[in-house]
Design a protein around this ligand. Structure first.
Ligand SMILES: C[S@@+](CC[C@H](N)C(=O)[O-])C[C@H]1O[C@@H](n2cnc3c(N)ncnc32)[C@H](O)[C@@H]1O
Length: 258
């Protein structure tokens, strides 16, 4: 049980197998050996614990390492066979390296720095090397929160999930809260959620269901092959004419109202 290893030492601090985490969605800080920074609120971390208990994910991909807190926490909670994490910044998070070494996890957790989530070729090379043909159980995208890079990595990673596997998009709602005001000119990530929704009735969409709340959108992989004819998976293409028209309409309307 993931939660069984975790002790809440305050409303926003957790101790998991001897490693301390502060859940600091607003006040980021540099992680140290003594305390890791996790950019998530406590109620979302509690949801992650429940999800890990239910899914028992063995093969995990995370997008967005930042200070290494979420990567370290996930490794300790899920005890995976393999966790590969991608981060745009080239700067290694040394406390994460030391924590992984201390827990004997250096072969299990593979942080990949300097990789853009939109760089499909590099991601595929790393995924093939680390997972081979084995399907993924869980993907967490907490990286750019921009529509096009989010789509690009979804197209690479979603088809690699096993049926029943989960693809989590964090903070999809940033445009609809105060933070959205800091990103005028950036397309709301809501567009991506609409696109994924519009693929639901399409057999090639490979989406079983989608659960959305204020923190995340959880997209469950259905059974089925990507494309028996061998075409690449492309969420925007699959969402059908009406789905595409709707997304274009919403984009145009948002642009007109700015
Ligand atoms: C919200 S933070 C991640 C927080 C971390 N998952 C946690 O919960 O503590 C987002 C991270 O994504 C990274 N990022 C931004 N754009 C990216 C991109 N295109 N590809 C990969 N990583 C990106 C940022 O550098 C940043 O470290």
């Amino acid at each position: 049980m993931a939660g069984a290893d975790a002790v809440w030492t305050s409303e926003s601090e957790l101790l998991v197998r001897g490693t301390s985490f502060r859940l600091a969605p607003q006040r980021r800080f540099a992680s140290s050996d003594e305390l890791f920074c996790v950019v998530k609120p406590p109620d979302l971390v509690a949801r992650y614990m429940d999800m890990v208990d239910e899914l028992s994910p063995a093969r995990i991909v995370e997008l967005g390492i930042l200070q290494g807190g979420s990567t370290a926490l996930l490794a300790l909670l899920a005890d995976p066979e393999k966790l590969v994490a991608f981060e745009l910044s080239p700067t290694r998070i040394e406390p994460l390296d030391r924590m992984l070494a201390a827990h004997g996890l250096t072969d299990v957790v593979v942080p990949c720095y300097g990789v853009d989530q939109a760089d499909a070729a590099t991601m595929r090379t790393v995924l093939d090397r680390e997972f081979g043909d084995a399907p993924l159980d869980l993907v967490i995208d907490d990286a750019s929160h921009e529509v096009e890079p989010t789509e690009a990595s979804f197209n690479v990673l979603f088809p690699r999930l096993r049926p029943g596997g989960l693809y989590i998009i964090e903070d999809w709602a940033w445009a609809h809260v105060a933070f959205g005001a800091h990103r005028p000119g950036h397309e709301p990530l809501t567009t991506f959620v609409f696109e994924a929704l519009a693929t639901l009735p399409q057999p090639r969409g490979l989406v079983e269901d989608i659960h959305v709340d204020r923190h995340w959108a959880v997209i469950r992989r259905a059974a089925g092959e990507v494309d028996p004819a061998g075409g690449a998976y492309d969420v925007r293409r699959i969402c059908h004419d009406r789905g595409r028209d709707l997304v274009v309409y919403l984009r145009d309307r948002a642009g007109a109202e700015r």
